[in-house]
Design a protein around this ligand. Structure first.
Ligand code: AP5
Ligand code: ZN
Length: 206
């Protein structure tokens, strides 16, 4: 499978991509994680950190290069966090074909609650939510015992900025795939397992 998973910040792309990669034995290609691992990398545009901590998009040439390298190594993949504007969508169409484009639809106020309540394991990257997906012991990862922390960009102020960047830059990408007839919309407000089942149904129908 070559799957594109679209959705606003907090829609559940990371949660679902991780499960899909495991279920289908495909690569999880995520620009967010790739950039977090390279936050202080010097580029001609500065470091990714400056953009990410402000909730802005990292410049296209930096992100395009990461995606192109990751896809070149991948047989099947689920792509999460890219494309985030029409220029990135154009670039993607030049480097690969897709067999499914899935959009996780979630209301904006739900997104803010999900982002501000998210906690991430410092050691293994597992994702939790203080209310919707709490760990057994507060602040401690169920998987590995690592400490849970809040992402720098998950404060309410930065979360809202990310949502406004999404509306302006990424919604046109959703619209583009709707117009080409490739977009499959899934209600992303259902419970994580329910969302996963619906995505699986779409992929298994192909
Ligand atoms: P990135 O890391 O991609 O962040 P994002 O798109 O803002 O997405 P998130 O990771 O916040 O949300 P998600 O949809 O993965 O949701 P999750 O599953 O974690 O990007 C970060 C930054 O990097 C950007 O702001 C930008 O600066 C830069 N960047 C990245 N890609 C770029 C690109 N292509 N171009 C330029 N810049 C780029 O879920 C969220 C929370 O909700 C969790 O706590 C989870 O437990 C909970 N949850 C999930 N599903 C459910 C559910 N069904 N019910 C209840 N709770 C749920
Ligand atoms: Zn962990």
């Amino acid at each position: 499978h070559r799957v594109l998973l679209l959705g606003a910040p907090g829609a559940g792309k990371g949660t679902q991509s991780t499960k899909l990669a495991e279920e289908y034995g495909i690569e999880h290609v995520t620009t967010g994680d790739a950039l977090r691992a390279r936050k202080d990398m010097e580029t001609e545009y500065g470091t990714p950190r400056e953009y990410m901590e402000a909730g802005d998009l990292v410049p296209d040439p930096v992100v395009n290069e990461i995606v192109e390298a990751a896809l070149a190594d991948a047989d099947g993949f689920v792509l999460d966090g890219y494309p985030r504007n029409l220029d990135q969508a154009e670039y993607l169409s030049e480097i690969t074909d897709l067999d499914a484009v899935i959009f996780l639809d979630v209301d904006e106020e739900v997104l803010v609650d999900r982002l501000t309540g998210r906690r991430v394991c410092e050691d293994c990257g597992a994702n939790y939510h203080v209310e919707f997906a709490p760990p057994e012991e507060p602040g401690v990862c169920d998987e590995c015992g690592g400490d849970l922390h809040q992402r720098d960009d998950d404060t309410e102020e930065t979360a809202r900025e990310r949502l406004s960047v999404y509306r302006e830059n990424t919604e046109p990408v959703i619209e583009h795939f709707r117009e080409t007839g490739d977009l499959v919309e899934i209600d992303g407000e259902a419970a994580p397992d329910e969302v996963f089942d619906r995505i699986r149904n779409v992929l298994d129908e192909e």
